[in-house]
Structure formats: C-alpha cells, structure tokens
Design a protein around this ligand. Structure first.
Ligand code: ADP
Length: 159
C-alpha cells in the first residue's frame, strides 16, 4: 500500500490545502493529513478545531485520514512505515525552505518529499493571508469551504 503524509498547520484548512490533498489522494492509496502541534504558536483555532474542520471537508475522500503530531515529522513517518511526504509548492519563495527541509528529512530518515505545484487559482493563498483578509472584513468565499468561512466569521466575531 502506497502511503503518504500531508503535513501542515491547517489553521484553518483552505481550498489550496484541499487541492493538494485531493491530488495526492488520487495518486496514493492512503493520505494522512497531519496537523503539526506547535506549543509555542497558539493559532486562531485549536488543533482539535482544525481537525474537526478537516474532518468535515475531507470525509468524501475514502482514503484520507487525519492525525496530529508533535515532534519530528520523520519520526511520525518512520513509526508508521510511511515513506513519503507530499507538500504543495506555491511560489519560488516556498522553494528554498522546502528544499532544505526535504533534504534534511531524507538525510535523517530516508523519508522522501514529493512536491505538487499549486493550482494557479490558489498560488497566492495561505492560511495567514486568509486570516488577515477575514479579520479586515474581506470576502473569503472561494478561498475556503463554506463551513470554514462560517467558523472564521464566528471566531473573528469572538465565538
Ligand atoms: P499555510 O499556513 O502557509 O497555508 P500550512 O502549514 O498550513 O501553511 O501548509 C501545509 C501545506 O500545504 C504546505 O505544504 C503548503 O505548501 C501547502 N499549501 C498551503 N497553501 C497552499 C496553496 N494555496 N497551494 C498549494 N499548497 C498549499
């Protein structure tokens, strides 16, 4: 069985993330979305809330699983026999850091990284920019699933 992980913060999940996950799900037998737990960075949504939103918007893919993890991603992969990481590449600015990380992960544990080029529609989209736009009242329809847009509005209104 060909397994991969799609790691990230997913604070919150965007259509850019889902584009990459969907394309990975078409290529591999099992895709695990791993929400990275970062104790020093609170985020707008808790890890549990991010997982709940991810569950709502990925349930139609039978081969997509969800998990969270704190620590080195390569340890997660090694412990579960997952040989590769799938990452979306948006722009040249993503490349330097992603290349370093990919090389480090291969050096540390032989875990490969496969880069999927972003769809042109989402090449400018990141969770952080999305939150900034939403915080200033901008329309995020088309950038996130409806349920995420709703939760964003509620959260930014103090809910
Ligand atoms: P961000 O906060 O920048 O959206 P995440 O850590 O949640 O980042 O991203 C997880 C993964 O999803 C990364 O591999 C990232 O490159 C990818 N990704 C995020 N947004 C997009 C997008 N718009 N198009 C393609 N890949 C994306």
């Amino acid at each position: 069985m060909r397994k991969v992980v799609c790691p990230g913060s997913f604070d919150p999940v965007t259509n850019g993330h889902l584009d990459i996950v969907g394309r990975a799900a078409a290529l591999f037998d099992e895709v695990t979305i791993v929400v990275a737990i970062n104790q020093s960075k609170a985020g707008l949504f808790s890890v549990e809330e991010r997982l709940e939103l991810l569950a709502e918007v990925t349930h139609h893919w039978a081969n997509v699983r969800l998990d969270s993890f704190e620590g080195l991603l390569v340890d997660y992969c090694r412990d579960r026999g997952i040989p590769a990481i799938v990452k979306g590449l948006r722009a040249v600015s993503d490349f330097d850091y992603e290349l370093q990380m990919a090389q480090m992960n291969r050096q540390l544990a032989g875990v490969e990284t496969l880069f999927v080029p972003t769809s042109a529609t989402y090449s400018y989209l990141s969770s952080s920019l999305l939150k900034e736009v939403a915080a200033h009242g901008g329309d995020v329809a088309g950038l996130v699933p409806d349920v995420v847009a709703l939760r964003l509005r509620e959260r930014l209104a103090g809910g």
